[in-house]
Design a protein around this ligand. Structure first.
Ligand SMILES: [Zn+2]
Ligand SMILES: [Zn+2]
Length: 209
């Protein structure tokens, strides 16, 4: 056995990517590899090749009445399951509380429409801040959890080709899906938002010189 294996094991905490997996605990990665595309085995885990325990065709119907099924399916992938269960940073929660349900609906829809609708370019995959980024907010959390973070994820999860502009139906479906994340992870939001004081930086004195 090579030493590299142990080194890898000790790295903490490993930065999660869309291609990360933890197959023995049932958390896979379904982004197809070129080899899988060539062999027509898209839809199987890229690491362990196990068949996904759900029907891709059913997800690709983008049926707004079938969001429960889609959400259960998403949770089989490590990166999605992480965002459905990770600790929400205070800053991210405050953002959602200030917006409230209505404000979040607007913010999610606007983000999908303005930032995710154009066809994929070279920057695709890097356009949505991740959890430890200074710029991350609750909309981005929802996007990672529901696979609207980039056009590659949208393509294999939702069956939306990456080189066309999103249609109104697709924008509306992805926005509704994102809002399911918001209501599950931020169950106490007010309808129209509330005042939340900014987080004070630790160690900074409150007195004026
Ligand atoms: Zn796997
Ligand atoms: Zn993505």
């Amino acid at each position: 056995m090579s030493d590299d294996w142990n080194v890898e094991e000790e790295l903490k905490p490993l930065k999660l990517k869309c291609t990360s997996s933890d197959c023995k605990n049932g958390h896979h990665s379904y982004r197809p590899t070129p080899k899988q595309k060539a062999a027509n085995t898209v839809g199987q885990c890229r690491s362990c090749n196990e068949m996904a325990p759900f029907e891709w065709e059913r997800l690709h119907k983008l049926d707004p009445e079938d969001l429960d099924y889609t959400i259960a399916a998403l949770k089989n992938e490590l990166i999605r399951q992480h965002y459905w269960t990770n600790e929400i940073p205070q800053k991210v929660e405050n953002y959602a509380r200030r917006k409230g349900v209505k404000g979040m609906e607007g913010a999610v829809e606007k983000r999908i429409r303005n930032s995710m609708s154009p066809p994929a370019n070279d920057f695709d995959g890097r356009q949505t801040p991740v959890e430890d980024s200074a710029k991350v907010n609750a909309v981005h959390f929802a996007q990672h959890a529901t696979a609207s973070c980039c056009r590659k994820c949208m393509e294999y999860w939702h069956g939306i080709p990456r080189y066309h502009s999103l249609t109104e139906d697709e924008i509306s479906y992805l926005s509704r899906l994102g809002m399911r994340f918001i209501s599950e992870r931020f169950p106490l939001l007010t309808e129209t938002g509330e005042k939340v004081s900014p987080i004070r930086k630790a160690g900074k004195s409150n007195t004026k010189g």
